[in-house]
Ligand binder design. Structure first.
Ligand code: ZN
Length: 333
């Protein structure tokens, strides 16, 4: 058992960000993690119970309809750290875009014309300078939770916020080339945030056909691979996910399959029973969404092999392509 009891997604960054480690409920999580494989066979997912800071121990739910990617997962072959792309939103080249009368760029015609995708780059590079603001509690339906967090970082200081923006910009470029209208929740164009509840509202207000929140994990070394987080069925306060649980699972399943196919990576080896799918009820960004939405944790920033991939621009392009293909497949039905 190498699991350290910190819920992977919410794993705090290193001391350079000034956040205290969250280890309060580690024992319960270890117990739960140890029992799961022996108590239930077949399709299982982790689901974190609601809690004030997202670190509550997970529970497991049977998921008879879950599907697993069947693609092979060859060994990762990091190609080394290449030059970092600029902050351009179109790292692989922008399509020729026309403009609407009000000056907004219009995506080119394509198979996703008329469809709206909201991309939510997790965290914000400025969050660590605004700890008071991002620690403010917001209502996520089931309970209250911090507005946002700094996210995690690699041991060398590559931040999750930097990673999520890069991948999100690549994803936006790919989807726009297919004609989709893509909206960001943040593009490092604000001092911090938005808060998780606002992130959900942005997708809702856009009447998005699909929303993806892009993250990377901060788990123990040896924990490898990506996973997609699906909304649990939640009906509490402002949260009612009943209408999005089904389509979000469809979206997430397609993303997992395409992510495996394009990157060659295997689903996470430390949660989700290697299905690449995890259900959580403690994320405000999912609880408050009224449109199909998933999170993706692209890899573990604290694992040496995973971080070699995450810091490789060519791998990030593949990751974005895998997500885009999954989203495109979902939108085309
Ligand atoms: Zn994150």
């Amino acid at each position: 058992m190498s699991y350290d009891g910190q819920y992977p997604h919410e794993d705090p960054p290193g001391p350079e960000f000034g956040q205290r480690p969250r280890r309060g409920r580690g024992n319960a999580l270890i117990v739960a993690a140890a029992l799961v494989p022996t108590c239930l066979a077949g399709w299982l997912v982790w689901q974190a119970m609601s809690g004030p800071d997202g670190d509550d121990p997970p529970k497991v739910l049977p998921l008879p309809s879950a599907s697993s990617p069947s693609a092979a997962a060859p060994a990762k072959t990091p190609t080394g750290r290449g030059p970092e792309p600029s902050t351009s939103s179109s790292p692989s080249g922008s399509p020729q875009q026309s403009r609407s009368p009000d000056g907004d760029p219009k995506p080119p015609a394509g198979p996703l014309s008329g469809r709206t995708v909201v991309v939510d780059p997790g965290h914000n590079p400025g969050n660590f300078r605004h700890t008071r603001e991002i620690n403010r509690q917001v209502n996520i339906g089931t309970n209250s939770k911090e507005c946002d967090t700094t996210g995690t970082a690699s041991n060398a200081g590559y931040t999750e916020a930097e990673f999520t923006l890069d991948v999100s910009r690549r994803l936006k470029s790919i989807l726009e080339k297919q004609g989709a209208t893509v909206q960001f929740t943040q593009n490092a164009d604000r001092p911090y945030g938005p808060c998780v509840d606002e992130r959900a509202r942005i997708g809702n207000a856009a009447k998005a056909d699909a929303v993806i929140s892009v993250h990377a994990d901060g788990s123990a070394a040896g924990h490898r691979g990506f996973h997609v987080i699906l909304p649990a069925r939640v009906n509490s306060g402002a949260a009612d996910t009943s209408s999005i649980v089904g389509p979000s699972r469809d979206l997430g399943t397609r993303i997992v399959g395409n992510f495996v196919r394009v990157t060659g990576d295997a689903p996470a080896n430390y949660l989700g029973e290697r299905t690449g799918l995890v259900v959580r009820s403690d994320l405000g960004g999912l609880n408050l969404s009224t449109v199909p939405k998933v999170f993706i944790e692209c890899g573990n920033m604290r694992d040496a092999q995973d971080i070699a991939l995450l810091t490789d621009p060519s791998w990030r392009q593949k990751a974005a392509q895998g997500m885009a293909d999954g989203i495109s497949s979902f939108l085309k039905g």
